[in-house]
Design a protein around this ligand. Sequence first.
Ligand SMILES: NC(=O)c1ccc[n+]([C@@H]2O[C@H](COP(=O)([O-])OP(=O)(O)OC[C@H]3O[C@@H](n4cnc5c(N)ncnc54)[C@H](OP(=O)(O)O)[C@@H]3O)[C@@H](O)[C@H]2O)c1
Length: 277
Amino acid sequence: MQDLKGATAIVTGGSRGLGPYIARALAREGMNIALAARDGAKLEGVQKEIEALGVRALSVPTDVNQPEDRARLVEQAAAGLGPIDLLVNNAGVEPTMAFVDIDEAAITGTIQTNLTSCLLLMRLVLPGMVGRKRGHVVNIASMAGKIPIPYDSIYSATKFALVGVSHAVRSELRGSGVGLSVVCPGFIDDAGMYADAVDETGVAAPAIAGTSKPEQVAGAVVRAVKHNVAEVIVTPISGRPLAAAAALVPSFGQTMMRLTGVQGAFKHMADSRAGND
Ligand SMILES: NC(=O)c1ccc[n+]([C@@H]2O[C@H](COP(=O)([O-])OP(=O)(O)OC[C@H]3O[C@@H](n4cnc5c(N)ncnc54)[C@H](OP(=O)(O)O)[C@@H]3O)[C@@H](O)[C@H]2O)c1
């Protein structure tokens, strides 16, 4: 979709972290935005910022894991702003822990939020988009969907699945007028779950991985939508050999993860959160 002016976007995870950056970047392109997350008060704060950019915005308090909330989100966005042109599946959770310490609720909850609810929201909006021959979905995955991450295994599993399903469905949509992109950020400074982990645990991203800015993730979303890009990786170039190694020779990829300190960084986060250090 080249011209986003006046079009309607749903951005999940719009209350804090990367979501508000993505919503503001889309609003600067002229899109009207329906913001979804559980924290209604925070959504309203972001809504005011979006409206100040000269577009329309809605706050729709939503738990993406509740079927009735997902249905209400899509209905209210369409009723208030017009047919849905863009869904950004951005809401996510990351329980950084040793696999043997994760309980059943964290496993099922992470899969539900990061994967199942994204698929179910796609199922709600895609038929209308295909019928109108117009629309786009952006799934926010992670470099953890390109590289298996020790001490972040369930998160990594959900993001690998989200990358896989994104490419598969994108191929099904070819020629339909509807696009689908997946965006894979690495460590992001200033806002979001990694920045929160830095505050909470003092972890530092290993030099090889480096960090990027939330504005770069937001810019990647806009570029993906306007140019129908299949996949955008948002990480410094120095981190990309890790992904190549993980894809080509998985055992070598995991050796590199240990030698470069990436595994150690996630173990540090897991240990800090478990109170083991
Ligand atoms: N920040 C990074 O370094 C980084 C790197 C790679 C990928 N990512 C991905 O980027 C996306 C955004 O992450 P972030 O860094 O912005 O995380 P964050 O700061 O923890 O924010 C997560 C967002 O998701 C929402 N959310 C969580 N569970 C929800 C639920 N059940 N229903 C509705 N909303 C829910 C939260 O809102 P409420 O709590 O108000 O519901 C919040 O708006 C995620 O998919 C994440 O995996 C982030």
